[in-house]
Design a protein around this ligand. Structure first.
Ligand code: GTP
Ligand code: MG
Length: 333
């Protein structure tokens, strides 16, 4: 086999390697878009026309229900079938304290060693709003360079995770016996948009009760999805049991989305969410990050917490320091 030097960004050879989905170029591309600079944005726009084919699978559920283990098995299933599959593991840790998904690295070790699987975690890396934007952007890159499906794993409890969840074509809720409360999750709006329910840890006591609970929710939720009955599946992720049936249900759901035109409708909804995220990046995340860097956020936080001024006035100060020029030019056509 001939050996070539690894093409460098931004040579033409690098783009070719990226568009073929080559791992080194892909890793660099993700780092570039994650940095959020002009180069990353230009790259995303360049890749944009290539995308729109991948089925995006969202996997959410309470902590410890076995999502990462399940995603690992699912990714291997697709890899064995000859597909290239990407996993985005969303780390919802605080933007300024950082965090790691060490457990996930262990749980997904098997799949990450496979040449057809690319796993990347999205964390906020010190920037507010970074998780949602990184996740959107990573999914777009993977889709553009031929990874299909793209699986996004996120803990489904907070509001921001629900937002990330909305980019999925096929949202799957993973519950486990004795863990989490389906009704509680429903309050967070997660179950309302599920396409597939999965009772993982079906080897444990209480699986029947959990399945019965989800079947009841499926009856109610399926009323909102004409033509699609939300299946309640059982898996034992660490043994790989039930993975084939899960993959079949995901494929059927993909067919349903295309046949009913819902795939296109979801793409449009995602476009709006991405435009919003882009605006938030410009008008919220960027000034907050700069204020943090300049020490102004700290001072304002103290002043507001000590009741020396109101939060609106603090927001006003950040606006006039970092956005005033922008606002004026935005208002002038
Ligand atoms: N008995 C049993 N254990 C399982 C099963 N699936 C996963 N586990 C175990 O459950 C634990 C949690 O699994 P994870 O895959 O990390 O769960 P998770 O939902 O990704 O957890 P977070 O990412 O922290 O929210 C691990 O120790 C797994 O080995 C299963 O089907 N049965
Ligand atoms: Mg996990």
């Amino acid at each position: 086999m001939q050996t070539h030097a690894i093409p460098r960004y931004p040579d033409a050879g690098w783009y070719d390697a990226l568009e073929r989905g080559a791992k080194p170029a892909l890793g660099e591309a993700l780092t570039l878009v994650e940095a959020g600079g002009a180069e990353g944005r230009a790259l995303l726009d360049r890749l944009h026309p290539l995308g729109g084919r991948a089925q995006i699978i969202g996997v959410t559920g309470p902590p410890g229900s076995g999502k990462s283990t399940l995603v690992n098995e699912l990714a291997l299933h697709y890899a064995v079938a000859g597909r290239r599959v990407a996993v985005v593991a969303v780390d919802p840790s605080s933007p300024f304290t950082g965090g790691a998904v060490l457990g996930d690295r262990v749980r997904m070790a098997r799949a990450s060693g496979n040449e057809r699987v690319f796993i990347r975690s999205a964390s906020s890396r010190g920037r507010l709003g970074g998780v949602a934007r990184s996740t959107f952007d990573f999914v777009r890159v993977f889709d553009a360079v031929g990874y299909d499906p793209v699986i996004v794993e996120t803990v489904g409890i907070g509001q921001s995770e629900v937002d990330i969840w909305r980019i999925a074509h096929t949202p799957i809720v993973v519950e486990a016996p004795g863990l989490g409360d389906a009704v509680q999750a429903m309050k967070a709006g997660v179950l309302e948009i599920a396409s597939i329910f999965c009772v993982n840890k079906a080897d444990q006591a209480g699986a029947d009760a959990k399945a019965a609970q989800l079947a009841e929710l499926s009856d109610r939720a399926s009323a909102h999805t004409p033509g699609w009955t939300i299946p309640v599946l059982r898996t034992v992720a660490h043994e790989g049991t039930g993975i084939v049936a899960l993959a079949e249900a995901i494929a059927r759901h993909g067919d349903y989305l295309h046949a009913t035109g819902r795939f296109k409708a979801l793409e449009r909804a995602r476009a709006i969410a991405e435009i919003r995220t882009g605006l938030e990046a410009l008008f919220v995340d960027a000034p907050m990050t700069r204020a943090h860097r300049d020490g102004i956020l700290d001072r304002l936080a103290d002043e507001v917490a000590m009741r020396a001024r109101g939060p609106a006035s603090a927001a006003q100060e950040i606006e006039s320091r970092y956005l005033a020029g922008r606002a004026t030019s935005a208002q002038t056509p």
